[in-house]
Design a protein around this ligand. Structure first.
Ligand SMILES: Nc1ncnc2c1ncn2[C@@H]1O[C@H](COP(=O)(O)OP(=O)(O)O)[C@@H](O)[C@H]1O
Ligand SMILES: [Mg+2]
Length: 510
């Protein structure tokens, strides 16, 4: 007899249905798993046998064949243990054959028969719900699975015995509750930053329009400090955004305690990050930092210290909002709509451009260092600013600074204006100016006569690329939105162009 159990294989953030077929028949004693399993799946055999034994169920002296269908779909991960064990239990009559019919099953087994947490419980639950089925998952993964919907039937046992007892009716498993992660109470606040008014303004504009930002300045001028305060002024995630972000974090096994939060991701990979760590991939395909920052911020401190190949690999997610990882026999895609925020010193010694300082290595100190950032990557950064050292006057007797909450209100207002406009244009899925298509931004950010003249002159003089031209328009649109103005005026374009020119100077120096 063949017992069948439904489970999933993860491709990107989607759970693709997989059918686990278990047959116990006379023949050479042993257990074999077929159907393109990777190493972790092949090792299931040992864990399943030990866990069943520990639960008081010994395998008969027969041949056990486990097939994971469709056979040509690669299977990665350890979450196939539980469906295989349950299939075997059904084949041996230890649980009723039809008990598993309405469920998708995922879970890893410990040798003592307890069930260990796995990644991907949330996408698995959403997939199961789509098929009209319930989910059997480890108790420790159940809090995130519960987010898939209140109507979905979830069984979250701690051990094989607890599940068998549930099916026998001697012990009832209760439904898990979705958990919310409380926002950290003491987030760093903009009010801590003395002076640096123009840098704070740029941070606000970047937050309001979801624009990429580069800060250049000497060590200790407060670049890292400014970036760390960006989360405190960003608007919370909308429910659909929240779900997408959580699915990625679930696949990566990074939802601590299965708790979801509506705070935007803020990822700060170290500059030693490898390609696999940044874009995704590795031995078992996992989302990288760029995908973990989906719908949030990817902050790269000490920008030129990153490997040039890793930086250039970011060009694709910056353009298409997804990371594509090529594997031996298939491709995996993870969403990666990121806001790139970067900080760097102007040169290796860090002091180029500071009054009274001259680099020991001369102008090459600047050009070598900044040349590590490729032109095409620089072209994708909308707002580039110089962050000079804080003046002594600002440090000693600072004017009272505005708290993050006040800035966050203006940012939220500007985002609302953008969303209303995108809805009016029939594109409700676009949420910020930075994500708008070039054709649309030309319509939405038509400058007045004065602005047009300024833009024409600047584009000619500074030799903007086509991408640069559109990015200036997008930033100008955001500036007008912050101003609550319908039309993009000369003043907005002037500010947007100034953010671009800081970078043109950088590229010219390089
Ligand atoms: N504008 C500022 N207001 C208050 N403190 C500052 C400011 N700029 C720098 N600091 C102080 O200097 C330290 C270093 O700042 P940091 O952000 O790490 O500099 P950077 O990243 O530019 O090298 C901060 O921890 C803070 O104590
Ligand atoms: Mg720093």
């Amino acid at each position: 007899m063949v017992a069948r159990v439904s489970t999933v294989a993860f491709q990107g953030i989607e759970g693709v249905p997989v059918d686990v077929q278990v047959m116990v028949a006379p023949g050479k004693v042993g257990m074999q798993i077929v159907g393109l399993p990777d190493k972790a799946v092949a090792e299931s055999r040992e864990r399943v046998q030990a866990a069943l034994h520990a639960s008081g169920l010994s395998l008969p002296a027969k041949k056990v064949t486990v097939n994971l269908a469709p056979a040509d779909l690669p299977k990665e991960g350890s979450h196939f243990d539980l469906p295989i064990a349950l299939g075997l239990m059904a084949a041996l009559g230890a649980i009723p054959g039809d008990a598993l019919d309405g469920y998708v099953v995922i879970g890893e087994l410990n040798l003592d028969g307890t069930i260990a947490a796995v990644s991907g419980a949330l996408p698995a639950a959403i997939g199961a719900n789509g098929l009209g089925k319930g989910l059997i998952c480890p108790s420790d993964s159940s809090a995130e699975a519960a987010w898939a919907g209140s109507e979905i039937d979830i069984l979250a046992p701690r051990s094989l015995i607890a599940l068998a007892n549930h099916f026998r009716g001697t012990q009832v498993l209760s439904r898990p509750e979705p958990a919310v992660r409380a926002s950290p109470a003491n987030m760093p606040d903009l009010a801590d930053i003395k002076g640096q008014e123009s840098a704070k303004r740029a941070l606000e504009v970047a937050a309001a329009g979801n624009h990429n930002l580069l800060m250049v300045g000497p060590p200790g001028s407060g670049k890292s400090m400014l970036a760390a305060r960006l989360p405190s002024i960003l608007p919370p995630l909308s429910p659909p955004e929240l779900l997408e972000v959580s699915m990625i974090h679930s696949i990566a096994g990074q939802l601590a305690g299965g708790k979801l939060s509506d705070r935007r991701p803020f990822r700060t990979p170290h500059h030693s990050a490898t390609m696999a760590a940044m874009i995704g991939g590795g031995l078992r395909a996992k989302p990288g930092e760029a995908s973990l920052a989906h719908n949030g911020v990817l902050f790269l401190d000490e920008f030129p210290e990153f490997t040039p190949q890793v930086l250039d690999a970011l060009r694709q997610p910056l353009e298409t909002a997804e990371c594509i990882i090529a594997r031996a026999n298939h491709r995996v895609t993870y969403p990666a709509a990121i806001q790139l925020v970067a900080a760097m010193n102007p040169c290796r010694c860090g002091m180029a451009g500071e009054p009274g300082h001259s680099c020991a290595r001369g102008p090459r100190c600047v050009s070598d260092y900044q040349g590590r950032i490729s032109g095409p990557l620089m072209d994708r950064i909308d707002i580039r600013i110089d962050v000079p050292s804080v003046t002594a006057a600002d440090l000693i007797r600072p004017a009272p600074a505005e708290p993050s909450a006040a800035v966050a209100r203006r940012v939220a207002r500007a985002r609302d204006i953008q969303m209303d406009r995108f809805i009016a244009f029939g594109m409700p899925h676009i949420l910020s100016n930075a994500r708008c298509s070039t054709a649309m931004i030309e319509k939405m950010a038509e400058p007045d006569a004065g602005g047009l003249q300024l833009l024409r002159d600047a584009a000619e003089k500074m030799k903007f690329s086509a991408r640069g031209y559109h990015r200036v328009l997008k930033v100008a649109r955001t500036l007008a939105d912050l101003d609550e103005k319908m039309t993009v005026g000369r003043i907005h374009l002037a500010e947007a162009i100034s953010y671009r020119i800081a970078g043109e100077r950088l590229t010219a120096a390089a």
